[in-house]
Design a protein around this ligand. Sequence first.
Ligand code: DGY
Length: 320
Amino acid sequence: MKIFITKRIPQKGIDLLTAAGHEVAIHDSSTPLSPTDLIQAGQQADYILNGGMQKFDEEFFENCPNLKALSLMSVGHDNVDIPAATKYGIPVSNTPGVLSGATADVAFLLMLAVSRKAFFNHKQILQGQWKGFDPTAHLGIELNNKTLGIYGLGRIGFEFARKARAAYNMEIIYYNRGRNLEAERILGARYVNFDDLLTQSDVLSIHAALTSETSNRFNLDTFKRMKNSAILINTARGGLVQEDDLASALRLGELWGAGLDVTNPEPMAADNPLLNLENVCILPHIGSATVETRDNMALMAASNLLAAIKGEKMPQIINP
Ligand code: DGY
């Protein structure tokens, strides 16, 4: 079968496909394919493995009648019009679970870095601004026994909450589409409404998918309802946070700081005001970026495709 990979993925995933006798073509470039080139690739391939952030819209599925399945090497699938894929009979799969620990680690890293202003202090040193030890300068805030609010308590949110509870005995509250009884039982997590999540969280961490419902869910209005000492963490998708509003809220002192592993757009513009604010840590979407996790994601994405090729249901199928 002809398999097209939209961006180079770890070799283990490619090897799994070639060892099964399939012909693999890779778009080996840091520049994403244009919508036209993506359609052209989809017309020439039997299967696609998406290693990047390509968008698959209705026009794509409509114009690729021979495509048999699409496998995403990501857990997020906001870049795919799933109803359109379903309408055109294309199964789509993702890679849940294998990246939860690594992504939760980045949320943890950002929480700790913002609480102690680590990136800002580091920048000060680089700029020659460190004048020596000062008992009243560089003060951070502690995390012990504080309240961690999780917006979207799925696998990654659970993993982050588990680590935060173990390390700092943080009280876990969460807002979700439904109750997460496992988190309530294991972590003593408390289900709250959105307003309580905003007003009670010392650290509020976003782990929900980007949908029309969650887009720009965090904006000036929500920031104003949060504690002035609160930290906002986002390792999910940049589109959940209104970035201009976040910059205004930070300037107005409505929040203590923010840690973002995702932005909107990516990469963010070099003149984005968030880059010049004191207590903002921004990372280039590295949640799942460890050797082990990316290998596992590539293997899972390849296995999903192999299942589809055999005429089996993809183990991590997303379509309803
Ligand atoms: C995911 O898997 O969704 C990560 O954000 C990488 O795309």
